[in-house]
Structure formats: C-alpha cells, structure tokens
Design a binder for this molecule. Structure first.
Ligand SMILES: [Zn+2]
Length: 293
C-alpha cells in the first residue's frame, strides 16, 4: 500500500519498520485535531486523557495508506514506551470509534499537564505540515533521521523544528494589576500583555516595548518568572513580572479591545492557572498580595 502523496511513496513495511519497539504507542493527528478513542457519553471527563489518546502501533497496519508522516517523540515524559506522532493525510474509513478534538479544545478541557504531550507532538506535526517545501529553492523536502529533520535535496538546506519565543507579562503597581482583553474575536478573558520577541531584541527589551506599544506605559524591574510551551502553533511563552514606572494607560485599539487596572481583590474573568502561564502569573501575584493584607 502507498500513502496518497505519489511523490513520496512509502510502503507499509517501511512505515512499520520505522517503529522498532513493538510496545510503542502513537498519537494520531488529522488536520488541526488529535484523534482520541471514543468513550461512552458522560465518561469523557472522568477518564484520564492518556487512556484515550494512545493508540497501539498495531493500528498502523489498518491506517498506513492514509499516513502522511510518522515522527518519533521523545520517550521521556514518564512513558516507558516509545511514542510516535502520526499525521493522517486523509481520514481512514477503517478507523472507527474515534473522537477528533481540536488541540486547543483539549487544553481548555483537560488542563496543561494532561495536554503537554499532545502539545509537544502537535508542534512536530505542525512543523512538518508547514515545511513540506524548501523556502530557499522550492524543492520538496525529505524527512530524514527517522523523521526528526527535513532536508532539501535541491540545495541541501536542513530544517529543524522551529520555536517562536514570546513574552507574556503581568504589569503590577502595588495592589493593582494591569489586565487586558484582546480584540481577537471571541476573546472573553482579561489576561496579561503578550507579544513576539523581535529579531535582535532581548526578552526584557521585548517586555518594555510590548507594554509601551499595547498600553502606552513604561515599566521597570522586569524579572523573568517561568515559561510555557504554547503549541498554537509553536510559541514558547516567557513569563515576566514588571513594575509600573509611569505614563497614562492608552490601550492600542489594533491589539486590545480594552485594558485596565484591577485591584487584586476584585479581578475580572482571567485564564485558569491550570491552563496557562498567564493564569499562573496572575494567581500567584494576587495570592501573595492578598495574603499580606
Ligand atoms: Zn532547497
């Protein structure tokens, strides 16, 4: 059997032979969803997500003609067995009793800890999906080193998975914190300010620039706290606190629907700390301040 991409014919024996560990498990992705095993109605939220997301490698025999790529994901992360991410090019009719869930929805429903392995695998899959062709010469890239590297046979450029660093910052002023709601459609939460680090910037410079651009104020005492991979599609969020240093709040309408100072005792709806580093920055700062009162 062959995969649908005629230029990149892969036989079943090659696909299966790439999985050396007979106890290996697979995470299966199709378009922007992760494919879970269907559970009886009502049991979805009581069952650990790991029980529904790992497929035995034996399933490859049923779906191999629909597989676009198979990428090994590190064995670490508490699993005894090898883990592979599988990207389907088309939906296999033989794969039944499934429940395809958008990766972002899985995070919102299950929290980051349960989601982390799916997030890691989805970044590999997205890297593959968006680097099928060489950006320098346009040739079709080839997956080498067991799928961990994309290589252009035309100009020999190598493509490794790319991570985009971003800053996310909670600006504070004693017992009040600066929170904003994005003007992206459907943004219901108030959260920290965030943005991509630009070429040539330090993370701290990006914090000062983003806060000034989005809110019109100056900050000082910028300090790094913690980070979080954010696989939508491939950001690494670097979380900071920064102290208010001056200026009048002037939200940028191209970025923010609204922004304001909120007392630590009366916050608006903010992200859960189980989901994002933004939620953790807000929760930890406010808890400390309230505890001191
Ligand atoms: Zn090339």
């Amino acid at each position: 059997m062959t995969i649908p991409d005629g230029e990149n014919t892969v036989t079943q024996s090659i696909l299966t032979s790439r999985v050396c560990d007979p106890d290996a498990v697979m995470l299966i992705f199709y378009q922007n969803t992760v494919v879970l095993k269907a559970l009886p109605r009502g049991e979805e939220f009581d069952t650990p997500v790991t029980d529904t997301m790992f497929w035995p490698v034996s399933v490859l025999a049923e779906i191999d003609s629909y597989v676009e790529t198979l990428i090994p994901i590190d064995v670490a992360l508490g699993s005894k067995n090898s883990i592979y991410a599988v990207l389907l090019a088309m939906w296999p009719e033989t794969l039944t009793d499934t429940h395809a869930v958008a990766t972002r929805q899985l995070l919102m429903e299950r929290g980051f800890e349960a989601f982390s392995l799916v997030g890691r695998a989805s970044q590999w899959i997205n890297w593959y999906r968006f680097h099928r062709f060489c950006g320098a010469c346009g040739c079709k890239n080839e997956a080498i080193r067991n799928g961990a590297l994309l290589f252009c046979p035309g100009c020999e450029t190598e493509y490794y998975p790319r991570i985009n660093p971003c800053i996310i910052v909670l600006v504070t002023d004693a017992n009040r914190v600066l929170l904003a709601r994005s003007n992206r459609r459907g943004a219901a939460f108030f959260s920290c300010l965030a943005g991509f680090i630009e070429p040539g910037e330090t993370a701290e410079e990006a914090v000062a620039r983003e806060v000034y651009e989005e809110a019109g104020i100056q900050v000082t005492n910028i300090r790094y706290v913690k980070s979080q991979p954010w696989p939508f599609p491939s950001q690494l969020m670097l979380g900071f606190y920064a102290d208010y240093a001056g200026g009048n709040l002037n939200p940028c309408p191209e970025e923010l629907a609204e922004a304001g100072w909120f007392d630590v005792h009366s916050l608006p709806t903010v992200p859960s700390p189980t989901i994002s580093v933004a939620g953790q920055l807000i929760e930890e700062y406010c808890r400390l301040k309230i505890h001191k009162d």
